[in-house]
Design a binder for this molecule. Structure first.
Ligand SMILES: Cc1cc2nc3c(=O)[nH]c(=O)nc-3n(C[C@H](O)[C@H](O)[C@H](O)COP(=O)(O)O)c2cc1C
Ligand code: SF4
Length: 518
């Protein structure tokens, strides 16, 4: 049998040198006159081990990583095509602790095979959910999704089934499914990984959403910074169409569903659902007032399901294994699994899919392995640029929507950014206000003006000008933004600001005291 070598073509792995490694392996095979099949898979998500090369042996796959082009000759000398030992040897990927500790439902196939092989997708359980869905009444599909407890993974955590029911119950000659792949939060890459590593699972999830709600057309709005995801999704849609997974008769059923890929406009606020719809319609990405809800009047004024990539990509497993199976994972009202993305100053950065309920401390210390600088962890920002900074004192918080909310935080899209003790939280608070000022769509005053005033006032605090009075002013401003903004960009910017002030007061002391303390 010809040996198989798996080298990720995921853009995270490419950024770490996977293309150069692939070239070096190709050249070495040629030089040694050895025949082997190179498969370009997605990433399994352990970026601290990328580029992670795997070989299929009689005993299963053996992984090596992080592989550098300069390792390639010695890998061949060590007999890596048969799983031989080498300093980069990691053993069976399933036994690497970072993978062994995960519960992979949504990401079950990601990083394992060629993302564009529909046969590989099917042989690993793909299309079973859609197969079940085409045989069901739309209301029963919606019921399954509702009963699974799935909540939107884009940030707000709204129950997916309830959103779908509103669209199902709204009569219209045209309805749409829109997938939000704008993924603008810091530390997040789950959407990108799925689109590059297992695109058919998203296509399958969207087709199920279409059949469940009576929508015949879908759009995936992908941020412009993801050219690899755009290319992979375009190819996957063409393959799915040719194979009859999409089209006028989905999997040979009377249901029609087709979809297109759209490239985003490059603004953080275009990830907000109504702004995204405007952008998709070719307008400026400005937030729309709600009501009407997009589920009733969305894209081009028609009833629209708008869901995050991970929400939609989690549907196939629910429709395959049933609501009860999915609901069995998790805690409280946070059911199923969540792909936590661990980034920032952290030793083991990557994507970790697990049932809800792990504590923040377990995620950062045990899974993430602490900081990459080796210094103590000072703060962890959870939920992107609008998420709160948590100090070590809150590391016992379980990963759960309600538990985070109780502590004035949010899970958001489950991105975690780790900071060591050199972080200056006043600078981080200022950055939050500055980010909001830059990204504000400008529609409402608390956000448009408040964020700029926030930067100015925090600069005064940093300069030691009437620090106490100005800190009180920041708090007041945060309350105005929190309660007076039209959307969560202005409404949630107070979270990183106020959590910095609350948990790290020493960083907000007047300048001379801060300098003396340093
Ligand atoms: C400023 C802002 C940016 C957002 N960015 C994203 C994003 O990049 N991706 C996403 O899925 N949701 C984003 N959201 C949330 C969406 O508005 C919306 O809640 C989500 O697409 C709904 O899908 P879900 O229910 O599947 O989470 C953002 C919200 C705000 C206020
Ligand atoms: S909060 Fe900011 S981004 Fe949201 S509508 Fe108001 S101005 Fe636009």
């Amino acid at each position: 049998m010809i040996p198989r070598i798996y080298i990720p073509a995921d853009s995270g792995a490419l950024a770490l040198g996977a293309e150069k490694v692939a070239k070096a392996i190709e050249a070495e095979l040629k030089e040694r006159g050895v025949e082997a099949k190179i498969v370009r898979n997605g990433s399994r998500g352990a970026y601290f081990l990328e580029p992670m090369v795997e070989v299929a042996t009689a005993e299963g796959r053996i992984a090596y990583g992080p592989v550098k082009p300069s390792d390639v000759k010695s890998l061949f000398d060590s007999g890596f095509l048969k799983g031989g030992h080498h300093k980069r040897w990691l053993g069976s990927p399933d036994k690497i602790p970072f993978f062994a500790k995960q519960t992979r439902l949504t990401f079950a196939r990601c990083g394992i095979n060629d993302p564009l092989s529909l046969d590989a997708y099917k042989s690993h359980g793909g299309l079973r959910g859609l197969q079940n869905a085409v045989a069901m009444a739309p209301a029963d599909i919606v019921k399954q999704v509702t009963e699974s407890g799935l909540r939107g993974r884009g940030g707000a955590g709204f129950p997916t089934g309830i959103k779908w029911k509103t669209v199902l119950d709204t009569t219209s000659e045209q309805k749409y499914i829109v997938c939000n792949a704008d993924e603008g939060d810091s530390a997040t890459f789950a959407d990108r990984m799925i689109m590059e590593g297992d695109p058919f699972v998203l296509i399958e999830g969207m087709a199920i959403a279409g059949i469940a709600t009576g929508a015949t057309k879908g759009f995936v709005y992908i941020r412009s910074e993801y050219p690899h995801a755009v290319a992979t999704m375009n190819k996957a849609v063409a393959i799915a169409r040719k194979a009859g997974v999409l089209g006028v008769n989905v999997l040979g059923s009377p249901n029609a569903f087709d979809m297109e890929i759209r490239v985003g406009a490059g603004a953080y606020v275009c990830g907000e659902e109504t702004s995204l719809l405007n952008s998709l319609e070719g307008k400026r990405g400005v937030v729309r007032a709600k009501p009407p809800l997009p589920a009733i009047q969305g894209l081009f004024g028609k009833p629209t399901v708008i869901n995050n990539v991970i929400s939609l990509a989690s549907v196939p497993i629910i429709m395959d294994k049933g609501a009860a199976f999915y609901k069995d994972f998790g805690m409280g009202r946070s059911r199923g699994t969540i792909p936590i993305q661990i980034a920032g100053n952290v030793r083991n950065g990557g994507l970790f899919e697990t049932a809800f309920g792990l504590t923040l401390g377990e995620i950062v210390d045990d899974i993430g392995g602490g900081t990459s600088t080796g210094r103590p962890v000072k703060a962890v920002q959870v939920g992107g640029p609008l998420g709160a900074y948590f100090p070590r004192a809150l590391f016992d918080t379980p990963f759960d929507y309600e538990e985070f909310a109780k502590r004035d935080g949010l899970i958001g899209h489950a991105g975690i950014t780790v900071f060591d003790d050199t972080a200056d939280m006043l600078k981080q608070a200022r950055f939050a206000m500055e980010f909001c000022a830059i990204e504000s769509c400008g529609k409402c005053t608390p956000c448009r003006i408040g964020s700029t005033r926030g930067v100015e006032v925090l600069d005064k605090v940093a300069a030691g000008i009437e620090a106490e009075k100005n800190l009180a002013l920041v708090t007041d401003l945060c309350n105005t933004m929190k309660f007076g903004s039209l959307c969560a960009l202005g409404g949630f910017t107070p979270y990183p600001v106020m959590s910095s002030i609350t948990h790290f007061p020493e960083d907000f002391k007047p300048a001379p005291a801060r300098v003396a303390a340093e």
